[in-house]
Design a protein around this ligand. Structure first.
Ligand code: PGA
Length: 249
């Protein structure tokens, strides 16, 4: 289903509440986490709410969607660094709870295989948070990625590098490859929240709405999942026809 809220703060409050309700119901929940600009207000609200409620996070496990190849955990643009800065360092987590693909792995194939296996061994993802790239990617699964893919190394498309270039001081520094959970790993989550904010995502959401499930636009695979909520702000939903908002996602 589509849910449209006034602005990014309202979206963040909704997603944060949803996470908290899940954790209250299942303190051992396994969370699939995402990075990117969209998630920053989400984690900010989540940290505030968890602290205010003194919610116990000691039994949670998290698996991040993706990581740049070649960036160490200490690199300020690595997703490992992002997660520590926006979430992991701000609540009483231990490193054993937190899982990200290793951007410096020496054996990519083994790292990818082990990552998908670790998710399964943890009991699978209870909830996967997703953002969407302007080209419809989820995680770093670029257009053309098979729907049955597991964790793999991808060559980032130029559009994705350009989109993410705003976080780096020059385009030369933006990595060309990343490790990402595969689409099948994402689809196996019991529940999925796709979070989309900003006018710059409005065309992407219209494309999503108009496209059948197709590997040309990876996010459309979510149309095949039975428990997906697409949480948008007004700006991201601004090109969607009124009828879309009353239909299943
Ligand atoms: P963004 O990234 O939140 O920075 O827009 C989303 C994505 O590329 O998945």
């Amino acid at each position: 289903m589509f849910l449209v809220l006034p602005d990014p703060q309202a979206v963040a409050a909704y997603v944060s509440n949803h996470l908290i309700q899940l954790i209250q119901k299942k303190p051992t929940a396994v969370l699939g986490l995402a990075t990117g600009g969209t998630m920053e207000p989400v984690y900010q609200q989540f940290v505030q709410q968890v602290s205010a409620l003194q919610l116990d996070v000691a039994q949670l496990h998290s698996f991040n969607l993706d990581e740049y190849v070649g960036l160490s955990q200490a690199h300020p643009q690595s997703y490992n660094y992002y997660m520590h800065q926006h979430l992991f360092n701000l609540l009483p987590f231990t490193e054993a709870q937190l899982h990200l693909p290793d951007g410096l792995a020496s054996d990519w194939q083994a790292e990818c295989q082990q990552y998908s296996t670790r998710i399964q061994q943890a009991g699978g993802l209870d909830l996967q948070l997703l953002g969407i790239g302007s080209n419809g990617h989820i995680g770093f699964n670029e257009p053309g990625t098979p729907f049955d893919s597991r964790t793999h190394v991808v060559e980032l498309l130029e559009r994705t590098r350009q989109d993410n270039g705003r976080f780096f001081s020059s385009m030369d520094e933006v990595p060309c490859h990343a490790l990402t959970m595969g689409i099948q790993d994402i689809l196996e989550a019991k529940e999925i929240l796709l979070v989309v904010t900003g006018e710059h995502k409005a065309q992407t959401m219209l494309n999503y709405f108009q496209s059948p499930a197709s590997e040309d636009m990876p996010a459309t695979v979510l149309k095949q999942h039975s428990n997906v909520r697409i949480v948008m702000d007004n700006a991201a939903a601004s090109l969607l026809p009124e009828t879309a908002l009353h239909q299943a996602a």
